[in-house]
Structure formats: structure tokens, C-alpha cells
Design a protein around this ligand. Structure first.
Ligand code: 1GP
Length: 221
């Protein structure tokens, strides 16, 4: 898996986009968002893509993302958050309330490192974003060696990131997969990050320039 589109239930895709995305050559979809989320919109979006042969990951960052039947659920832990709620607090509440219903074999935990201070997710999670490459490497090492997470996610949502930061994370990772997302708008940018990260995630551009978004798939190795 090398390329994923991130679909936001709070936003509207152009007509006919679903079919074209399914046939685009991407490896799958993440359904995720930060605000304006509601259960009905999430369910509708999931149903549209669930019938495809591709995996649909639901990123559970809010109760409005808790819908049954997905092939995989992604649970973010914001490793560079300064608010314990985003690291473990909300997770504790969720497991306490819904523990018996959580399909654990279908759950993947993502260790997020959010680096764009203007991203909504950074603000919401009160992430410490002014990090050095050594800081990012240390978070990646924690994900790999201490927490043994399946995914370390370098997140620049809304802005194209610094490849040196992504490389710093990559250098620490063996078993943990490196996902990169943020500001990919061109084929060239997609190629640059795809050369470092295991998986690139393309989001916003889907809602701004759909054809450009499709072009990012061409960079698959
Ligand atoms: C957002 O990492 C993804 O969570 C993708 O970022 O929306 O900026 O492409 P963009």
C-alpha cells in the first residue's frame, strides 16, 4: 500500500467522483475529518466506498466516526500533544464506554506527529509543533520501540511538509510504517514524499482540484 485518499465527511466531492476515485489506482481510502462531523454523513460516505474492492479505513477521532462494518479502524494518538486527552484520555473514555463492542483485530493505532501549527488538528490537540529533526526522530523511535505502533503518521495537514522531518522519522522505523500527509497538490510533491514515506495520504486537494488529486496516484512505484 502506497497511496491513500483521505475523505472528509463534512465536505462534498464533485458528481461522479466516487467511481473515478475507486478506479484511480489508489490503494484505499481513509474516512476522517476534524470538524463538522456527523454520523449520518460518515455512514453515507462509507457506504459509497465500501462496495469497492479497496480498503476503507475509518479514522476514529470523534464519536461521529463510530460506525460499524469497516474493514479497519484507525485510532490516532497524538504523540506530540501537550494535552493528555489526545494522547490517551479520549481513548480511555472510549474503551471504558464501548470496550465490549470494539473489534480489536480490525483496529490499528496511529502515532501522530502533527507539525503544521495552523492545522486544525494541531490546534485542537494543542500539539507542540516547533520541533527539530531530532525531536521527530525521537517520537518515531518511541512509536517503533516503546509503543510498537503499526503506523507513525507525520501530519502537515493543509501544508506541504519538510522532507527532512519525514526522513528523520523514516531513519528510526523498521516495523512501524511511515505515513505522510499534508499539502500534497502536485504529482511532483507526491513523488517527493512517496520516495521517503511508506504511504502518502492525499486529502484537501480532492475538494479543490479534483483532477490534480487524481494525478497524485500516478507516482506509485
Ligand atoms: C490530512 O494528512 C491528511 O489528515 C492529508 O492532508 O488534506 O493537506 O492533503 P491534506
Amino acid at each position: 500500500m502506497q497511496h491513500l485518499f483521505k475523505l472528509d465527511p463534512a465536505k462534498t466531492l464533485p458528481d461522479g467522483a466516487g467511481e473515478r476515485l475507486i478506479r484511480s489506482g489508489t490503494d484505499g481510502f481513509i474516512i476522517g475529518g476534524t470538524d463538522g462531523l456527523n454520523l449520518e454523513a460518515t455512514r453515507r460516505l462509507f457506504q459509497e466506498f465500501a462496495s469497492s474492492h479497496l480498503p476503507v479505513f475509518i479514522e476514529v477521532s470523534d464519536e461521529a466516526m463510530v460506525i460499524p462494518g469497516a474493514s479497519q479502524y484507525l485510532i490516532p494518538m497524538v504523540l506530540n500533544s501537550t494535552n493528555v486527552n489526545w494522547l490517551i484520555g479520549a481513548h480511555h473514555e472510549m474503551v471504558k464506554q464501548y470496550g465490549a463492542f470494539i473489534p480489536w483485530p480490525h483496529v490499528l493505532t496511529e502515532g501522530y506527529c502533527i507539525l503544521n501549527p495552523d492545522a486544525k488538528a494541531a490546534q485542537l490537540s494543542e500539539a507542540k509543533t516547533n520541533l527539530t529533526t531530532d525531536d521527530v526522530a525521537a517520537y518515531a523511535s518511541i512509536a517503533e520501540n516503546m509503543l510498537q505502533l503499526p503506523i507513525f503518521y507525520v501530519e502537515y495537514s493543509g501544508r506541504f511538509g519538510n522532507p527532512r522531518m519525514v526522513q528523520a522519522a523514516k531513519s528510526e522505523l523498521t516495523n512501524t510504517k511511515l505515513w505522510y500527509g499534508g499539502g500534497i497538490r502536485t504529482e511532483e510533491q507526491a513523488r517527493e514524499m512517496a520516495a521517503i514515506a511508506d504511504v502518502i495520504v492525499v486529502g484537501n486537494i480532492l475538494y479543490e482540484d479534483f483532477e490534480q488529486a487524481l494525478a497524485t496516484v500516478k507516482t506509485k512505484r
